[in-house]
Design a protein around this ligand. Structure first.
Ligand code: 13P
Length: 248
């Protein structure tokens, strides 16, 4: 039985005060059985880590450099995230792939950096609307997942959380139906199973894209949906906590 996982990706929202208050409210109210992580913007990681210290709520970065250290202005390394108290990090979010042209190879290198520094990587994959309409969903997510399997090895998926986030469902209010999401989650799991069935059976594959308190339970009830990566609804403690409760 896989333990459910729920993450809150705050994207570029908030303030120091909001980060402390929101992280504090989550820590105070959280008493369930799923794993919970929050991903505030870099400048607020310290506030979030302080609020979550000693709790079960993990804090993570929204991105990391694929490089260890050096002349990479504006970048943040895995070691730095670890240094300020992070335990996780997102890699390959569609907004990074789309607006910052991150390639599958870069995303794989980022996942490797995270693993090397003991950060739990959350590998984001997902197709665009054009790709879905062209019938390329399976090929796109297989390519994105395959790049990381090839670079990091199947054993790494004992520590990686995979987030399936169809780009057309992110921030649009247009959620993938539970059946649509389940279909892709099952494909991802069977791809991992071709390399190692035991690891595939234990890898958490979570869904992201317009998850709300009203649709979370139905999504999380699918056989291969092990929780969610939440954007908009992660900015309100009551909504986020209600989604966490739907996961256990
Ligand atoms: P929304 O929940 O706002 O659709 O965002 C999903 C997401 O991108 C989480 O990483």
């Amino acid at each position: 039985m896989r333990r459910k996982w729920v993450g809150g990706n705050w994207k570029m929202h908030g303030s120091r005060a909001m980060a402390s208050a929101l992280a504090g409210a989550i820590v105070e109210a959280r008493n369930g059985h799923c794993d919970v992580a929050i991903f505030p913007p870099f400048p607020y990681l310290r506030e979030a880590c302080a609020a979550c210290a000693g709790s079960q709520v993990m804090v993570g970065g929204q991105d990391l450099s694929e490089h260890e250290t050096g002349a990479f202005t504006g970048e943040v390394s895995a070691a730095m995230l670890r240094d300020v108290g992070c335990g996780a990090v997102l890699a390959g979010h569609s907004e990074r792939r789309q607006y910052h042209h991150e390639t599958d190879a870069q995303v794989a290198a980022k996942v490797a950096q995270a693993l090397e520094h003991d950060l739990a990587p959350v590998l984001c994959v997902g197709e665009s609307l054009d790709e879905r309409e062209a019938g390329q969903t399976a090929a796109v997510v297989a390519r994105q997942l395959g790049a990381v399997v090839a670079h990091c090895g199947i054993a790494a998926f004992g520590r990686i959380v995979v987030a399936y986030e169809p780009v057309w469902a992110i921030g649009t209010g247009r959620t993938a139906s539970p059946a649509q999401a389940q279909e892709v989650h099952a494909l991802l799991r069977s791809q991992l199973a071709r390399d190692d069935a035991r690891i595939a059976g234990s890898t958490r594959i979570v869904y992201g894209g317009s998850v709300k308190p009203g649709n979370a339970a139905e999504l999380f009830a699918q056989a291969d949906i092990d929780g969610g990566l939440i954007g908009g609804a992660a900015l309100q403690a009551t909504d986020f906590l209600s989604i966490c409760s739907a996961a256990g």
